[in-house]
Design a protein around this ligand. Structure first.
Ligand SMILES: Nc1ncnc2c1ncn2[C@@H]1O[C@H](COP(=O)(O)OP(=O)(O)OP(=O)(O)O)[C@@H](O)[C@H]1O
Length: 254
């Protein structure tokens, strides 16, 4: 079973007041949502989990081994990250080359590179844009491309920073299906999101952050049923929860 574990993690940005502090946290296979208001530290946590940022103290382990021990293609096999802004990530001249890049780093045979690239671009709905320059695509298409590059490599742990941002409903459905498919096959799929309807619908458990700390991990339904927690974390209620609250209030008053 794939497992990523955090112990006594501390991190600060140089010259910034923000500090991230997590005593202990374990993520295992499945779909995992991280929520919290702007500036809570969600992206910072993802960057630490990917190895992009280094903790000031504490440790992140994957399968019991320090994250920093995984180097080069060994790191790619374990962890993949998509940035919140796909423009920070995409650097190849065509859509196809962008997806192929990660696969080539892993020394996949050329026939495999071609097959996987076509398959993944088909899955995210970009197969007909293969030869286009990514910067001629719309922002939402670039978002899909950034997701495809990580999904193609099939790392054990996939980290997505607001993958649904700017996507329309059919694309959101495609991405949810891909996440579910990977989670069902033993991958750890960790996603930052501000979409509380999606969280309630698709995620059994949720991890909530506030002021650089983890303030809740547990059942999603229980989180949204706690007004004090929802207020502390500073997120909107899902529509379904709002309707239920209104209905309960109405029935009580009747
Ligand atoms: N590169 C950086 N240098 C200095 N401070 C930073 C840097 N990146 C983020 N911060 C600060 O760290 C804090 C946490 O930021 P972070 O991006 O992790 O929050 P977040 O929960 O992902 O927010 P959002 O939902 O807006 O993406 C913020 O106060 C932010 O200003």
């Amino acid at each position: 079973m794939t497992k990523i574990e955090i112990n006594d993690l501390k991190f600060t940005y140089p010259g910034d007041n923000f500090g991230l502090k997590i005593k202990h946290l374990t993520f295992s296979e499945g779909m995992i949502a991280i929520i919290g208001q702007n500036g809570a530290g969600k992206s910072t946590l993802l960057k630490l989990l990917s190895g992009l940022n280094q903790p000031d103290s504490g440790e992140i382990t994957v399968e019991g081994q320090n994250l920093n021990d995984y180097i080069g293609d060994k790191r790619l096999e374990q962890i993949g990250l998509t940035f919140q802004d796909p423009n920070d990530q995409i650097f190849n001249a065509t859509v196809k080359k962008e997806v192929e890049w990660g696969l080539r780093q892993m020394d996949k045979p050329e026939t495999e590179v071609e097959r996987i690239t076509e398959e993944v671009l088909q899955e995210v709905g970009l197969a007909d844009k293969m030869d286009e320059n990514p910067y001629d695509l719309s922002l939402s298409e670039r978002k899909l491309l950034s997701i495809a590059t990580v999904v193609a490599v099939r790392p054990k742990i996939l980290l997505f920073d607001e993958p649904m941002m700017s996507l329309d409903w059919p694309s959101r459905k495609k991405i949810t299906d891909i996440f579910r498919y990977l989670a069902d096959r033993g991958h750890v799929v960790i996603t930052i999101t501000h979409d509380m309807d999606w969280v309630l619908e698709e995620y059994e458990d949720v991890y909530a952050m506030a002021h650089g700390e983890l303030v809740y991990s547990g059942k999603t339904s229980e989180f949204f049923e706690s007004p004090s927690l929802v207020e502390e974390v500073g997120v909107l209620l899902p529509k379904a929860t709002e309707v239920k609250r209104e209905l309960d209030r109405y029935l009580k008053e009747k």
